[in-house]
Design a protein around this ligand. Structure first.
Ligand code: MTE
Ligand code: HPA
Ligand code: MOS
Length: 756
């Protein structure tokens, strides 16, 4: 089935926040952000700004009627700064005017006097100074200290990954409308409608039932709108609360890049020990997460780093410790993979360094240590693994020995161009790591004409979840897809939603749709059984035809629904789903946090231009564990998009803050993202089909985040190509592998670390 949005996307008819027709009387907002990264506000002078044409009002923290607090996990983030500023761009005041231009002109007239305080941008410095967001956490299995003595090889090092700008095509924004008696309607570009509702209620000091949050779709979220959409929605709601007028704020690109958080950069240490047969015996790692100035989602991101610290490998002795470090940067946040990629990069770096030191190809270590069904993860969950299957199938169909031979021949013949290749196995846990978040609801209405309306907590952000929800309803009822409409995500229809995140949206909401549809179907079967004097088990529906004992009887879906209405059965149902079997005890750091894991293997081949440092990704060949994909077109799209986003993180995308905490890569001229020329020339995706009765919706495994981590393979393929040119190249394990960094490797200069 095609993505149900494809036609309207192509015609430009799909509705995003900025397509909502403007209502007469709408005001426009703009946030005044701190010009300093850290300091004490001595004076804020709004007098000139307030006199500017078109200004309706300028709001500060003093105008927040409830609690001036939007921190989701830790209450450490004010909506508007009070006496201190903690990062450049931190909202201090909100200008509301008759036009966007007037709001921005007035903003320039705001005067702020700040007494500077010391600025920290490096997470290791933050840790030294005791600036931690939450206490550190350690995952342990076996006895790592005792295990070193059994190791034939021990290798230590550091591994750093930079952040990543979400760069959703649609920037952050919201549009709020006054309803009667103080209620407010919020249209928000958010992955978390309930997060917006909950925090708007806290800030405005009103109950959640007065706040309707409605989301049609997002032009991308990638984690950046899981929590960080709340700020802009609540600021608009604050203005609507006071002025009783509609208020809109759609950030421009530079505002968005400057004021919002990104993927958490990490600076990590590793120590890995192997026996003489290359079995990984022990692994010790320490992660310094750059959280930015407030907790936001960083503690949860940190936790997932630990959950993925051993990637696809079984290691009997592990000690992994993670620090969430407070710096004076915008609070960093969720980004596809949610800390998993950062953890997986470190063990891959450890394995590659061990391989180089021992003098074997990295794949020998990787393949020998893949996790098997029955093995225990460091956090106590027993693996149900497809790691080996993916690896073996990749070796069968892509014949990497042949590729390796060709690469050797190519490298022997060519002086200025060198090829490199790598393997990248992935393993990603599906479920919110915070167990209570794993729940969802759906509301299904069958109308008297036989058409069906479905509402869920799922937010469509390009990942195709609405198409999957429609497939579930269509399949359960066995009716034509054009009978079903997926409605907007709305907090008045579906309450207490978890954000659309953790790749679990289709699983959680799809199962809720399944439950609701089955309840209605059961009632329809009951009245049909009565009508034809048969038992309910003898009734089925096939492609809109009602079948009795498998045969048509000249009775169809439309007639059935008419009868259902006349017999006064409920043609609506609210389904609730909470996956069973999940638990986790953070005190002992053991449990069963994931419904299942997704596995895969990517083989990447690159060519480096050794004169220029530029490179091409020739091919990425993937065997991916889809379960039984319910939509191969959408799932393939997720693999391609995730892969390219991962390659961007590993190679081109370089976030640079200066020592004053100022973002220097603040526009698309200074922040390079993958374009059509930098995507792999060949992307070959083979579906590993399994039919295990896992907790995936219709056995179709979650696919949103896992493929991002295939991109890590490109980093190591590039290193291997550089080594083919200069075997003694000394390169830190640090990303992104920009052409500049490649060139430094090629000419034998020690590469400088990117500071953040
Ligand atoms: N794909 C598109 N096109 N746009 C997005 O914003 N977000 C990713 C992934 N794929 C995203 C996307 C992230 S971060 C997650 S968690 C999942 O989609 C969320 O959707 P799912 O739970 O339905 O997979
Ligand atoms: N993934 C994504 N988002 C989240 C998670 C998670 O595990 N936990 C809380 N928010
Ligand atoms: Mo995705 S980072 O869980 O929104």
């Amino acid at each position: 089935m095609k993505n149900i949005d494809s036609n309207s996307h192509l015609r430009g008819e799909s509705i995003y926040l900025d397509d909502v027709p403007l209502v007469a009387g709408t005001l426009f907002a703009a946030a005044f952000g701190s010009p300093h990264a850290h300091g004490k506000i001595l004076n804020l002078d709004l007098s000139e700004a307030e006199k500017m044409p078109g200004v309706a009002r300028i709001f500060t923290y003093k105008d927040v009627p409830g609690e001036n607090q939007i921190g989701g996990i830790v209450p450490d983030e004010p909506l508007l700064a009070e006496h201190h500023v903690h990062f450049q761009g931190m909202p201090v005041a909100l200008v509301v005017a008759e036009s966007v231009e007037e709001a921005k002109m007035a903003m320039k007239k705001i005067k702020i006097d700040i007494e500077p305080l010391p600025i920290i941008t490096d997470p290791r410095v933050a840790r030294e100074k005791g600036e931690l967001i939450v206490p550190p956490r350690t995952f342990k299995i076996g006895d790592v200290d005792a295990a070193w003595s059994q190791c034939a090889h021990i290798v230590e090092g550091t591994a750093d990954t930079n952040g990543q700008e979400h760069l959703y095509i649609e920037t952050q924004g919201a549009y709020t409308f006054p309803l009667e008696n103080g209620s407010i309607r919020i249209i928000s570009s958010t992955q978390g409608p309930t997060a917006v509702q909950r925090h708007a209620a806290i800030c405005l000091g009103i109950p959640m039932h007065m706040l309707e949050v409605d989301v049609t779709r997002l032009g991308g979220g990638f984690g950046g709108k899981e929590d960080q959409a709340s700020m802009w929605a609540i600021l608009c709601a604050l203005a609507t609360y006071h002025l009783k007028r509609p208020v809109k704020y759609s950030l421009d690109r530079m505002e968005d890049m400057r004021m919002t958080g990104k993927r958490n950069p990490y600076s990590s240490d590793f120590k890995i020990g192997l026996d003489k047969d290359l079995n990984i015996i022990a692994y010790e790692s320490t992660y310094h997460q750059n959280a930015g100035a407030a907790a936001d989602l960083s503690p949860a991101v940190l936790e997932r780093t630990l959950f993925h610290s051993t990637n696809s490998y079984f290691v009997p002795n592990v000690k992994a410790t993670a620090y969430s470090c407070r710096t004076n940067l915008p609070p960093n946040t969720a980004f596809r993979g949610f800390g998993g990629p950062q953890g997986m990069f470190v063990i891959e770096a450890a394995i590659h360094k061990a391989a180089e030191t021992i003098g074997v190809p990295a794949w020998e270590i990787q393949s020998r240590n893949l996790i098997k069904t029955g093995d225990e993860f460091p956090f106590g969950q027993i693996a149900e693994s497809e790691a080996k299957e993916c690896w073996v199938v990749a070796n069968q169909i892509f014949e990497p020995e042949k590729i390796e031979k060709e690469i050797k021949a190519f490298n022997a013949e060519n002086v200025l161009f060198k090829k490199g290749m790598s393997f990248m196995p992935i393993c990603f846990g599906i479920s919110f790591t915070k167990t209570p978040m794993n729940q969802a609801r759906a509301l299904v209405h069958v109308y008297t004409d036989g058409s069906v309306g479905v509402s869920t907590g799922a937010v469509e952000m390009g990942q195709g979840v609405n198409t999957k929800m429609l497939q579930v309803a269509t399949q359960i009822f066995s009716i034509h897809p054009n009978r079903v409409k997926i409605h907007t995500t709305n907090t008045f229809r579906i309450a207490n939603t978890s954000p659309s995140a953790a790749s679990a949206t289709a699983d959680l909401n799809g199962k809720a749709v399944e439950i609701a549809c089955n309840a209605i179907l059961d009632r329809l079967k009951t009245i049909t059984a009565e009508k034809f004097s048969v038992s309910e088990t003898e009734v089925s529906i096939d492609n809109e035809e009602v079948l009795i004992k498998g045969s048509p009887v000249g009775y169809n879906w439309s007639q059935l629904i008419q009868d259902g209405y006349l017999k006064r059965i409920a043609l609506s149902e609210h389904g609730h789903y909470a996956p069973p079997g999940l638990h986790y005890d953070a005190k002992i750091e053991k449990g069963h946090p994931f419904a299942y894991h997704v596995f895969g293997t990517a083989i990447t081949e690159v060519t480096v231009d050794c004169l220029r440092g530029t490179y091409l990704v020739n091919s990425v060949k993937i065997v991916h564990d889809f379960g039984t994909s319910m939509n191969t077109a959408i799932d393939r799209g997720q693999i391609e998009g995730g892969l390219v986003q991962g390659i961007g993180w590993m190679t081109l995308e370089e976030i640079v803050y200066d020592e004053n905490g100022r973002l220097r890569s603040n526009a698309l001229s200074t922040y390079k993202v993958p374009d059509i020329y930098s995507v792999p020339k060949e992307i070959d995706i083979k579906f590993l089909k399994t039919e295990k009765d896992n907790m995936a919706i219709l056995k179709s495994k979650a696919v949103g985040e896992p493929p991002l981590m295939y991109g890590i393979g490109t980093y190591f393929a590039l290193r291997n190509a550089i080594k083919a040119y200069r075997p003694d190249a000394e390169m830190e394990y640090a990303t992104p592998m920009t052409p500049e960094r490649v060139l430094m490797g090629l000419v034998g200069k020690k590469q400088e670390k990117v500071t953040v």
